[in-house]
Design a protein around this ligand. Sequence first.
Ligand code: GLY
Length: 396
Amino acid sequence: MMRLPVIGLLLFSALPARSQEINLAKIFADAGQQTNVMLREIPVAKQGNAELVSPRTLDSGMLKLVASRDWTSGFFPGQLWFLYEYTRDKKWKTAAEQFTSDIEREKTNGGTHDMGFKVYCSFGTGYRLTRNPHYKDVIIEAAKTLSTRFNAKAGVIKSWDNRTRWKYPVIIDNMMNLELLFAATKLTGDKTFYNIAVSHANTTIKNHFRKDLSSYHVVDYDTTDGSILQKTTHQGYSDESAWSRGQSWGLYGYTMCYRETKNKNFLSQAEKIAGYMLNHPNLPVDKVPYYDFDAPGIPNEPRDASAAAVMASALYELSTFSSNGAKYKAAADKILESLTNQYRSKVGENKGFLLLHSTGSAPSKSEVDVPLSYADYYYLEALLRSRSMKAKVKKS
Ligand code: GLY
C-alpha cells in the first residue's frame, strides 16, 4: 500500500503549491508503450476463454480480464480510442475497433445500470472520433435498454438487481450513465432519454446529498411512492462516510449534466461537490484522495488514484463553465502532476496498466492498492482535456 510518510507530507505541504508543466507527448508515448504491453498480455491471460475480453486489474500480479457484462469492460476500448485521438495512428483505431466490437452485445443487457460506463466509454468515444453509423445505432439501442430501468414514481434509474440488502438501490455512480441518454436524444431527437436523465439528476440532488454536500453511496427507494427506505454505503468506509470515488462520480456527473442541459442547478451542484472535495482537510497535499474522506486510519489508508483521475477530468470540464474556473484548473493540473510523477507504472511493468494505487472496494478487501482500468481511462481523458485549457477556462 502506498503510504506517504507524515513528515514528508508536512515538509511537502510547506513548499509553495506550484504545478509543474507535464510533458503530454512523453506521457502519451509511455502510455502507448504500456498499452502495447497490455495488448501482448491479454491473449496470454485469456487462456482460451473467449468470453474474457477486457482488462480490469491485477490480482496477485496476474492480469485479470473480464467478460463484456462486467461494468469495467468499456474502459480499455475507450483507452485505445484516446490513444488514437492523441496520436492519429491507425494502429490504435484498428485495436479500438476490435475491443469495442467485443462488447457490442451489452447494448441489449437490461440487467444493469452500467450501460453508460460500458457502451458510452467505448462506442460513444469511438463515435465522437469516427462518426461510424453503426456505433450510432449501438448507442441508441443501449440507451433504449437503459431506459427500461427507469421508474417514473421514484424518478430514478435502478442500479442493481437481485441484492437482498436493498429493494430499489440507486448509487451515485449512476450519474455517469446519463451521458449515454443525453447522446441518444441528440442522435434521435427523441426527448424521452433526455427527460429520464434530467429526472434522475434532479431526484439524486434531492436524495443523495448530505448537508455538508458529500453524497451517500446507495439510496434505496420505495417505488410505490418514491419515498426513501435507507441511505447506505457499499464501497465506502461507513454509511455516513464520504466514499471518494462516489464524490468524483457526482462531480463528473453534474458537470456533464450542466454541459448537456445548461441547467444552473447542475452547475451549482458540481461546484458544491468540488468545494467539498478540494477543501476537505483529509484531501492529501498531492490531491489524490484516500479511498474514503472519512477512513479512520488516515494517513495510513489506501489511496484511490481512480477517484483522482475522475476528479481531474471533471474539474477540467467544470473549469470551462464555472466562475471558479482558474481554481478548478489549478487543482486538476496538480492531480495530473501527482498521478504522472508519483502514481505511474514504469514502462514494461504491471502488465501494461498505466496507474498504480487505486482502490476498488476497501470494505470487502477487494482490489486494494492496485491498478484499475478505469483509473487509466479517466487519466487519459483528463490529459486530453488538459490540452489548450488556458484558452477554455472561464474567467471570473
Ligand atoms: N461503479 C463502481 C465503482 O465505482 O466501483
